[in-house]
Write a protein that binds this ligand. Structure first.
Ligand code: 3PG
Length: 211
């Protein structure tokens, strides 16, 4: 899978944290029922890799990225457990050099023009903008589009139903990510119906702007 394929299917990407891999199948189904095709599971709990494997077993069609990948070791672990793509909050030169040799693609995280140019130097033009709201929000991404016209962004971090339209209205924003669709509380509480409802709302919000 290429990052272009991931971004073609992505609308608003739920950024999720799973503490118990046992919920992975029900959670994946809740997203599919809500019309989402792409999710990001963060590598922030001891259960993350098991949860990734469980999602891919229960719902192979759900395009699942492993987020919070910081280095080559994390990358390998994610790929070994079935990740369709990789997401990082930032970039390091070793991570970019490694990613450039891999068939499982990365969405590298950047927050400045210099970081974006470093990613471009390694061949990456689809980037996560993180942490979006505090790093400058939609006006900042719009400004980056002046000199860095070849780049496409997926903002995450502080994106919400209240400001998602500001981001998605920009031509250089192709999708967005956020934790509000499936919060830790909703996942721990097994609120699958609520997660499906939030997923449907997110898809509708995206389609309202992007068609
Ligand atoms: C994160 O890394 O936590 C994600 O970007 C989600 O951020 P959010 O909780 O502000 O949506």
């Amino acid at each position: 899978m290429t990052i272009d394929t991931v971004l073609e299917k992505a609308t608003i990407i739920p950024v999720i944290e799973i503490a118990d891999a046992g919920v992975a199948g029900d959670l994946a189904q809740a997203f599919l029922d809500g019309g989402l095709e792409v999710i990001e599971l963060t590598m922030r709990t001891p259960a993350a890799l098991d949860a990734l494997a469980a999602i891919k077993k229960a719902a192979p069609s759900l395009i699942t990225g492993m987020g919070t990948v910081l280095n080559e070791r994390d990358y390998k672990g994610a790929v070994d457990n079935g990740a369709d793509f990789i997401v990082s909050p930032g970039i390091t030169l070793p991570l970019l050099s490694y990613a450039a040799t891999q068939s499982v693609p990365i969405l590298p995280g950047i927050a400045t023009a210099s970081e974006a140019m470093t990613a471009m130097d390694h061949g990456f033009t689809a980037l996560k903008f993180f942490p979006a709201e505090v790093a400058g929000g939609a006006p900042y991404i719009k400004a980056l589009g002046g000199p860095l016209k070849s780049l496409r962004f997926c903002p995450t971090g502080g994106v919400s139903p209240d400001n998602a339209k500001d981001y998605l209205s920009l031509p250089n924003v192709v999708c967005a990510g956020g934790s509000w669709i499936a919060t830790k509380q909703m996942i721990d509480g097994h609120q699958w119906g609520e997660i499906t409802a939030k997923s449907k709302e997110a898809v509708a919000l995206y389609k309202e702007i992007k068609g």
